[in-house]
Design a protein around this ligand. Sequence first.
Ligand code: TXA
Ligand code: MG
Length: 330
Amino acid sequence: MTESSSQISSAAAKLIEGKIISFPTETVYGLGADISIPSAINRIFEIKERPTNHPLIIHFSQISQLNHWAQEIPGKAYLLAKKLWPGPLTLILPRTHHVPLNVTGGQDMVGLRIPNHPTALALLDAMGPSRALAAPSANRFGRVSPTTAAHVFDELGHKVDMILDGGPCKIGLESTIVGFKDNSAVVLRPGGVSLAQLTEILDEEVLFPEKQSITRVSGSLNSHYAPLTRLEVWPITSLWNRYLEIEKLGLCPILLGWSSEFITKRAIKKCTSFPMPNKPIAYGRQLYATLRQFDNGKYDRLLLEATPNSQDWAAVSDRLKRASFKEPKV
Ligand code: TXA
Ligand code: MG
């Protein structure tokens, strides 16, 4: 689904007036504001209830504009941009003076991406050259990102000036964020572009390190992407016992698993359960919508089967880890 051109022109006009528009991308829905309008950028932080030192990604539509927004661009960044844009890749690069500091949380580095969605690209083109959209995911800070227009409406409906409906997001997890250190690419957030794709393009092994050398990625805070219902991740060997323990407490759990063992056992065990895809891309596409579906007050605990440790599951495993993290009680 893409919006009509008149709706896109009307959304672009509103953005230029300083309004806030939610729009679809291939990863998740964004909450967009024109980067040159400080009051609009302030509203983004207010609507999301997000601390203002957390930087926003700038979205633009033409690769030729890259050096308008960034400078001292490493060759590897150009290579990734040329191969992967439009697409689910965000590059962290030194900003030019065209990028206001209120968008970058006061940092001299800026996150940039060209999204791969016809509505997003048409909207950016309709805004005209030298304009760009700051757009975090259209959810409240720390919560699950929206992958349909209805999710945005449920969470922020009355707070935004318009929601463009581009159908369900094809990728369903946020973009992969890549920075550069000592001429090497560093993955700050695994996402829609796989580590294998980065490795192939750069012809060097790109992994997602457990400990980050560059910080300030809000998605890398320990508790993030979280539903309101408490979420626990267990290996398949402990999953069913955990279900029974929770049930014994008089609570109502639901199991979500993906492996063939889960799918087979699910048929014989009398547990409330839901099957997830067994491939990382399909799983990622469905994850946020599924978490929202069961975060409906009916369940006291979401019990998820752990996903593999392999690099192809890195983005999904990262989101599960953060969605389930609980601050240690003091
Ligand atoms: O797929 C996506 O990236 C989506 C869609 C809407 O494009 N956007 C998104 O934005 O996920 P947000 O704000 O929810 O997450 C952006 C992440 C944050 O964790 C932020 O800290 C990081 O990007 N980021 C942005 N600029 C940065 C910078 N200059 N340095 C380090 N991290 C940055
Ligand atoms: Mg977000």
